[in-house]
Design a protein around this ligand. Structure first.
Ligand SMILES: *Cc1c(COP(=O)(O)O)cnc(C)c1O
Length: 421
């Protein structure tokens, strides 16, 4: 990618050439007190609101106002099967078959529901492997699963750590752990795209390795969904979970997505927590039937879902579906490569990027360490109108998203950073 050039003219020219540039207009871009658009590079934390979202939610509010309970069947988009309207686009976005995905609950809750089915410890095989720098909620979740099953949460946890002096995880080190401890590990559960470094792990390699050692394998894709090509079905993973409020632009605290590989789709003996929404749709309302679990990921639903949140997810998925993952990732790689090029030009003794250099091993996020900087630098960036996020001890995370960030956004961000150094 050495054909990037410095200067604002180049950024503007790239925006003109960019076939996705018009999508920025489809989003509400937050503004400063003077009404000037901020440079929003925080889609890894909370994605921006599509302008269409309001109409999708209003439709459901209207139908609720006009129809009351009848809306379950009579709404323009009937609420009973509403989650099914999200299935196909979700499956496409994460590289799954429709039967493998469902939208339900929140992320950490889904992680627990998946572990209820796929963490089946025995006396000999009870440990859980997680990356050492896992997102705190994931670490708390797996520790509490260990305790729930009567194990010690220190003894039961195996950490896959970067080597001394490094930030990124190496597959060879996972191989070594599995060689030494594979028979003790019941579950490998790692963040597919690390929230801190932005490293996108090799799902297929990890899954194959885990399965060879008799472990179940699951991924938290909170930082992957809507950002990278997860290709979940082909990875062979047993399960995956993600949220829809980061790169999937569905609003604060919105519902989570869940993937269960179709090799488990018809396994009625798999232990799980159930509710009326996991029950056969044809007899669900007869109420007095023996439990009859739905096939596929839908069979893990518990409750009738919040339609207003699902409406926001639909609004967003319609945009993703229109653009298509291929074009999205093509732009993403180019835009993030450009960002990297400009940052490197600031001097590699000032700026260190801890995210992998290989575009196949990252999404759009770059995690930047600035020499001798502390949180004050991040605060000044915010004052200058650049919305990024700070992670202790010394990392600024910036995620130029291909749907609503431009080359000019990236150029301006680096100019603001340069002015502060
Ligand atoms: C964002 C994120 C979460 C947040 O969990 P919620 O249950 O949605 O609050 C959990 N895990 C990872 C890896 C995340 O990136």
């Amino acid at each position: 990618m050495s054909d990037y050039k410095l200067g604002l003219d180049y950024a503007k020219a790239q925006d003109n050439l960019d076939e996705l540039s018009a999508y920025k207009q489809q989003f509400h871009i937050p503004k400063d007190a003077d009404g000037k658009a901020l440079i929003y590079l925080c889609g890894n934390s909370l994605g921006l609101q599509p302008k269409s979202t309001k109409a999708y939610i209003n439709q459901e509010l209207e139908d609720w106002a006009n129809l009351g309970v009848e809306g379950h069947t009579e709404a323009k988009n009937p609420w009973l099967p509403y989650h099914e309207f999200l299935t196909e686009a979700t499956a496409k976005l994460v590289g799954a078959k429709p039967i493998e995905v469902v939208t339900m609950n929140s992320l950490t809750a889904n992680l627990h529901f998946m572990m209820a089915s796929f963490y089946k410890p025995t006396k000999e095989r009870y440990k859980i492997l997680i990356e050492s720098d896992a997102f705190p909620s994931d670490k708390y979740a797996v520790e509490s699963q260990l305790r729930h099953h009567g194990f010690d949460d220190k003894d039961g946890l195996i950490l896959w750590s970067p080597r001394e002096g490094e930030e990124l995880l190496r597959n060879e080190d996972l191989e070594a752990i599995l060689k030494a401890h594979g028979s003790e590990i019941a579950l490998i559960m790692v963040g597919g795209v690390n929230y801190y470094t932005g490293q996108f792990l090799d799902f297929k390699r990890i899954t194959t390795l885990g399965h060879q050692h008799g472990c179940k394998v699951g991924f938290d894709c909170a930082h992957g969904a809507g950002n990278v090509d997860l290709d979940l079905h082909n990875s062979g993973a047993d399960f995956a979970v993600w949220c829809t409020y980061k790169y999937m632009n569905s609003g604060p605290g919105s519902l989570s997505g869940c993937f269960v590989h179709d090799r488990h789709a018809y396994d009625k003996d798999l232990n799980r927590f159930t509710g009326w929404w996991s029950h056969n749709k044809d007899t669900r309302f007869n109420m007095r039937h023996e439990f009859d679990v739905l096939p596929g990921a839908e069979g893990w639903q518990l409750s009738n879902p919040p339609i207003l949140s699902m409406a926001a997810i639909r609004a967003s998925l319609d945009i993703f579906n229109e653009v298509g993952l291929e074009k999205l990732i093509k732009k993403s790689k180019k835009l993030t490569g450009y960002f990297e090029f400009l940052l490197k030009d600031l001097g590699e003794d000032t700026i260190r990027i801890i995210t992998p250099e290989n575009p196949e091993e990252r999404g759009c996020q770059l995690s930047i360490q600035v020499l001798n900087a502390d949180k004050a630098l991040h605060d000044k960036l915010t004052e200058a109108g650049v919305i990024s996020d700070w992670r202790e001890p010394d990392v600024i995370r910036c995620a130029p998203t291909p749907l609503y960030n431009s080359y000019e956004d990236v150029y301006n961000m680096v100019e603001e950073l340069k002015a502060l150094l």
